[in-house]
Design a protein around this ligand. Structure first.
Ligand code: ADP
Ligand code: LRH
Length: 483
């Protein structure tokens, strides 16, 4: 039937997609209309994102979305964009990019972390911003730029929205990953800019999810086959913010693992925790949709597995992920593990060898076969999840009865089972496309099609109606470290 549909542009570090979403009487319906690979590339001597190629894919995806909607008699009401966090493009007054955006995995911030901390000690930064220390937080990257004269910094989703509409803004959930936002108020921590030599208007003004950013530029509208009146609406433009908004939880006592290139592991809170203990445990207080706090830690994630697969596909034929996972599942428990949280695994290249050496350095026999390397990664991730959720519960006092795993990694049955076993908690896996779902539901609410509030209740109810989850029970519920 005819009606309003919403287009989600969702680009993760490993792949992007354009998904159309529609609210029906049976809940939200999602259709993926375009997919494309993504990854940082060595360009001009550094690891960078080819945002020009990404923009081309976005417009191609929107054109397919327009077509698909038109054939169903539907209208694309609005477009929302989310991507990975922290990275940005520098644009001058005419909108020209100074250079292709750096990837957060580029090593150039090693030289600037000390410079930033000399101006602003880490204790002061944490008390103000609540952001966990990661070597690639935006403020360390900005300190590595040769010059910021005459440019504004646009976070990646905001940069894409600017290219679509000509309007500049900084979406608030993603702004919280810059290290320059006040964790309590969700506004810029203005006093941090001058000590870092940053202009107060380096970033465009903040907007909250649900705000209309602008309308399509005529050239974009023509290329996409959409009316120029089509709105681009700010969503939780940090992919993890959109994913967590769409966790299909039916009680507040849940934890989440947003499982993709990274595993983002934590709980949802009403207020940030800015204590020294929390800083020492390296927990972050990122902003979620509706001012919620995503109290979480970044753990290594499926990046380790992605990089092994990439390495093996250079050595020979493309390995089959599903087959490797099945082989890894037949290996006995208690094999070698590594610290999946270690920053040693941040950079690309040579991953299987790095994992073998890390296992040996930890006093284990190095995993030799490919399936043993895969099992080592998954056992190590499950260990890291259990550790992190134990800490999250301890530091926040938040009760955890169930773990929701969302994102591409929710399809990994072995990892879900190991997670249930290690934490002693049931795991509910799915949806795979939680990020796009969260993106679409925020747009639908802005269009008045979803009950507003209280808080995320309306969005979560719609997420539950959309989700088909798979349940994993812990092998031994008595060992329950996360409780
Ligand atoms: P990102 O948003 O960071 O790019 P995704 O949420 O798309 O990541 O998740 C990608 C990951 O999902 C892959 O690295 C892979 O490990 C996992 N994945 C994808 N398909 C499957 C599958 N069929 N079975 C198990 N895992 C899968
Ligand atoms: C996941 C993610 C994560 C950030 C990282 C840079 O895609 O946005 O939340 O820490 O990428």
């Amino acid at each position: 039937g005819s009606g309003a549909v919403f287009a989600a542009v969702d680009i993760g570090a490993s792949s992007g997609r354009v998904i159309l979403g529609k609210l029906t009487d049976d809940g939200p319906e999602l259709v993926t209309v375009h997919r494309f690979p993504n990854g940082a590339q060595f360009l001009g001597g550094a690891l960078r994102w080819d945002v020009e190629a990404l923009f081309t894919e976005v417009v191609a995806g929107l054109a397919t979305a327009a077509d698909t909607a038109a054939r169903a008699g539907d209208t694309v009401t609005s477009i929302g964009i989310d991507t990975w966090a922290v990275d940005y493009g520098l644009v001058d007054a005419s909108g020209t990019l100074r250079h292709l955006p750096f990837s957060y995995r580029d090593a150039r911030t090693e030289a600037t972390i000390g410079v930033v901390h000399a101006a602003l000690p880490p204790e002061r930064l944490y008390a103000r911003t609540g952001l966990q220390f990661l070597p690639f937080n935006t403020l360390y990257q900005l300190a590595a730029e040769r010059s910021l004269a005459g440019v504004q910094a646009l976070l990646i989703p905001d940069l894409l929205a600017y290219r679509l509409t000509g309007a500049r803004c900084t979406e608030a959930t993603n702004a919280s990953t810059t290290g320059l936002l006040d964790a309590g108020t969700g506004t810029w921590a203005e006093d941090l800019f001058a000590p870092l030599g940053l202009a107060p208007d380096l970033f465009p003004p903040l907007v909250e999810p649900g705000t209309v950013v602008g309308r399509l530029l005529p050239a974009v509208a023509a290329a996409a086959g959409l009316p120029a009146s089509t709105a681009v609406v700010a969503v939780g433009s940090h992919d993890t913010a959109s994913a967590v908004a769409a966790v299909p939880a039916d009680s507040p006592h849940f934890a989440y693992i947003s499982s993709g290139t990274w595993s983002l592991v934590g709980v949802e809170l009403d207020a940030p925790i800015l204590t020294d203990e929390s800083r020492a445990a390296n927990f972050t207080n990122e902003r979620g949709v509706d001012g919620t706090i995503r109290y979480l830690r970044n753990t290594g994630g499926l990046w380790l597995l992605q990089e092994c697969l990439r390495e093996w596909s250079i050595e020979g034929p493309e390995p089959d992920l599903v087959g490797l996972l099945a082989a890894a599942a037949t290996l006995p428990a208690g094999g070698p593990t590594i610290d999946a949280d270690s920053n040693d695994f941040l950079a690309p290249d040579g991953m299987p060898g790095r994992i073998r050496r890390a296992a040996e350095a930890a006093g284990h026999a190095a995993p030799s076969s490919r399936e043993a390397v895969v099992r080592c990664i998954l056992d190590s991730l499950a260990d890291a999840y259990a550790r992190t959720l134990h800490d999250a519960a301890r530091l926040s006092g938040h009760r955890i009865d169930v773990i929701h795993v969302v994102g591409g990694g929710s399809q990994n049955a072995l990892l879900c089972q190991l997670t249930a076993d290690r934490t002693g908690l049931p795991v509910l896996a799915g949806p795979v496309e939680a990020t796009a779902l969260g993106n679409i539901l925020v747009q639908a609410r802005a269009a008045g099609l979803l009950a507003a509030g209280p808080g995320l209740a309306g969005i979560r109810a719609a997420a539950r109606a959309a989700a088909r989850t798979v349940r994993y029970e812990p092998a031994d519920a008595a060992l329950s470290p996360a409780r």
